[in-house]
Design a protein around this ligand. Sequence first.
Ligand SMILES: Nc1ncnc2c1ncn2[C@@H]1O[C@H](COP(=O)(O)OP(=O)(O)OP(=O)(O)O)[C@@H](O)[C@H]1O
Ligand SMILES: [Mg+2]
Length: 265
Amino acid sequence: MADKILKVEQISLAFGGVKALTDVSFEVEKGSVFSIIGPNGAGKTSMLNCISGRYRPYEGSIHFDDQEVTHMRPNDRADLGIGRTFQNLALFGHMSVLDNIMVGRHHQMKNNWLTGPLYWASPAQKEELKHRRQVEEIIDFLDISHVRKSIAGTLSYGLRKRVELARAIALNPKLILLDEPMAGMNLEEKEDMARYILDLNEEFGITVVMIEHDMGVVMDISHEVMVLDFGKKLVSGLPDEVMANEHVRQAYLGLDDNEQLQEVG
Ligand SMILES: Nc1ncnc2c1ncn2[C@@H]1O[C@H](COP(=O)(O)OP(=O)(O)OP(=O)(O)O)[C@@H](O)[C@H]1O
Ligand SMILES: [Mg+2]
């Protein structure tokens, strides 16, 4: 049996009378790209929030790397290796790109500002240097070295999304949750982002769970796709299987049998 990094079992979540998720189960294979699609309000972001710990489901369980995390705090899940980006950008707009990424990294450091007086001690200094080097690698990987000193809030939307991804990678995640990483991007930016996501999956071995509305991208880079509709799982499987599913084509894509999906690139 293939190795599963994430097991979501019978999750239900409600806000007052609104059922955001009902009895949703799925598993994600280690090292794969797993996409969640579905119409607005289907419960996609809520699902990511249950995995990251922002929301607590009233039913069901979540296992990450064979450990139950259902009731764990978000920070503890981040420590275990669950990273994320947000549907609405969550950068510190007044801080530089480098500092924004270091925020992600500081979470990993044993010596932080609380242990400031120790900073000049040799081990702390070495640790700081090591972190700086790793941050520089991430900056190179995402091709943002030309803006490393820029104030994040002044950058284009596409670049800010990339900086947010850099910050998430700086946490050294085993699993990264991406909520619409390409929303609002032009075609070229989308193609770039798709390549970065593939590279971080293939080169760094990071498992990706991604919400994305662009079906071309989803088809191109996913190993598996799950469709949510009104908080319920409609279907999951290989991208081709899911796209061929009659319910998906009618309910979500609004296509009839003869229409083809447009692919990006
Ligand atoms: N914090 C919250 N408080 C109240 N209701 C919420 C909250 N978060 C989500 N919901 C509700 O849960 C349902 C699912 O929302 P969710 O944001 O998960 O959908 P989504 O699939 O991500 O949609 P979109 O494609 O628009 O981002 C919606 O009815 C939404 O209004
Ligand atoms: Mg959403």
